[in-house]
Design a protein. Structure first.
Length: 88
């Protein structure tokens, strides 16, 4: 499994909408990256602090982090400073 370093988390970004509310299919250029997802990996430093945990649903800043592909899954590795809220 991917192990983030420092104060970082790996997030599986929520699925992107393929259609508008009116039913129009969006071209790939018009799609924006979602700004929320589920934490799938946490750095050792954050595990010890208990600030966030695997399974938390989080909202993060737009254009935050680095996109990585690990075991066929696309993830976003972001610094905890770019996480702006934990949902629910």
């Amino acid at each position: 499994m991917l192990q983030p370093l420092g104060k970082r988390v790996a997030v599986k970004v929520a699925a992107k909408e393929e259609k508008t509310a009116g039913g129009l299919v969006l071209p790939s250029a018009a799609k924006e990256q979602q700004q929320y997802g589920e934490i799938v990996a946490v750095s050792r430093e954050l595990k010890e602090s208990g600030e966030v945990k695997i399974g938390d649903q989080v909202v993060f800043e737009q254009y935050a982090g680095a996109q990585v592909k690990h075991n066929g899954e696309e993830l976003l590795v972001i610094a905890i400073d770019h996480v702006i809220a934990v949902l629910g």
